[in-house]
Write a protein that binds this ligand. Structure first.
Ligand SMILES: Nc1ncnc2c1ncn2[C@@H]1O[C@H](COP(=O)(O)OP(=O)(O)OP(=O)(O)O)[C@@H](O)[C@H]1O
Length: 375
């Protein structure tokens, strides 16, 4: 299912990359930061939305509540978690479509947290976003040529061979027929429309793309094709990605590092292998056990989390996951665990970390069912 791209796409992407290098004027070629230096550095990032409650009352939705993470050049970081945990809000802050309430965002060492419109202009070239819904994110009245050319025109960029040639080249890179330049979005399938969105994101040769659930609106068979395309582009163009998804199976195929979010916080972040094979946080373990084909969880069972995620208007004290955690005890309500370094990443210093089998364990307080499953 996750096979390689078609020959034409592979060739196109490789040609694009070499052409990009030849064509880029010297002034546009920025010095790549050293491998040790993050492209993106996020510290204490928070977004609290004020909302009306009751009669003249106001409260804060703590959608994102203090995130720390880095993304290195060419790296893919997956941001996963259940619906409502703050993934989209995070992604929109990273590309500055939303103003953060607190914290800092640095891109290549520059603080862009509160960058104004003028400062954002060059940044828009380096930082792009692909939206979840290919149906809603393309203007139905514009041809694909115009849609893909838009970022070039808005930024006043005249590619060496002209805009049309550039757009056709981008269409080819994403595996679409360059002859379809004058067609409208409704003439394309869902997967093809997402390819158009990807071509638009690539138009300015970004260094980092925030992909917000880029395949979740697509049929499963098409999802694989689009993820393979992104993977190929990531390798060939050395792009960094923040890949937002609730589907851990997709993230496993695409991301080198993974951050697991719960109620506006990261509970565990680390290399893919650590997260998928040696999860330490009970929530990570529960999410992983929901993947139907997971085979490398070690001993244990399937964990079915029940009950709703608590409201971000009034998150639980201490560990936010405690109201659904089968291991929770008194200390979890009073002491918030911190993220601590672990191998290539960080895990939350859970008071009762995952270390062995969970099947058959009893105790805990919350709405969780631990089922034995045969391996
Ligand atoms: N403009 C807003 N005003 C008030 N609350 C908001 C606003 N935008 C998002 N929220 C709330 O912030 C929380 C996080 O939302 P967000 O969309 O970031 O989550 P998510 O993890 O991306 O979810 P999904 O996977 O469903 O898109 C949710 O409780 C949501 O209702």
């Amino acid at each position: 299912m996750w096979g390689s791209l078609g020959e034409r796409e592979e060739r196109s992407a490789a040609e694009y990359r070499s052409r990009e290098r030849r064509q880029a004027p010297m002034s546009e070629v920025s010095v790549a930061p050293s491998a040790a230096e993050p492209l993106l550095r996020v510290r204490g990032l928070a977004k609290h939305f004020p909302v009306r409650t009751g009669f003249r009352g106001q409260s804060l939705v703590r959608a994102v509540d203090g995130l720390d993470f880095d993304v290195r050049p060419g790296e893919t970081l997956g941001l996963v978690g259940e619906s409502g945990c703050g993934k989209t809000t995070t992604g929109r802050m990273l590309v500055r479509l939303l103003e953060p309430t607190a914290g800092t965002i640095e891109f290549e060492g520059r603080d862009i947290t509160h960058a104004g419109r003028r400062q954002l202009r060059p940044l828009r070239q380096d930082l792009q976003i692909i939206f979840q819904d290919p149906y809603a994110s393309l203007n139905p009245r514009h041809t694909v040529g115009r849609i893909i050319a838009m970022p070039l025109q808005v930024n006043g960029i005249e590619p060496p061979g002209g805009v049309k040639a550039r757009v056709q080249e981008l269409l080819e890179i994403v595996g679409l027929n360059p002859e379809h330049y004058n067609r409208y979005p409704h003439e394309f399938s869902g997967g093809q429309r997402q390819r158009i969105g990807i071509a638009r994101a690539l138009a300015l040769r970004p260094k980092l793309i925030v992909a917000d659930e880029p395949v979740s609106a697509l049929d499963v068979s098409i999802q694989a094709q689009v993820v393979n395309l992104l993977r190929q582009l990531q390798r060939d163009l050395e792009l960094a990605f923040v890949f937002i998804a609730h589907d851990l199976a997709v993230v496993r195929h695409f991301c080198q590092r993974v951050a697991v979010m719960y109620l506006g916080k990261i509970v565990e972040i680390g290399d893919r292998v650590d997260i998928y094979e040696r999860p330490q946080h009970p929530y990570t373990r529960a999410l992983l056990s929901a993947i139907p084909d997971v085979t490398k969880l070690g001993p244990g069972g399937r964990i079915r989390l029940t009950g709703d995620v608590p409201t971000p208007l009034d998150p639980p004290s201490g560990c936010r996951f405690r109201t659904r955690c089968w291991k929770a005890q008194e200390i979890c309500a009073t002491e918030e665990p911190a993220l601590v370094s672990r191998g290539g990443g960080q895990a939350i210093a859970c008071h009762f970390p995952e270390s062995g089998p969970v099947a058959g364990e009893s105790g805990g307080t919350a709405g969780v069912t631990v089922e034995e499953v045969s391996k």
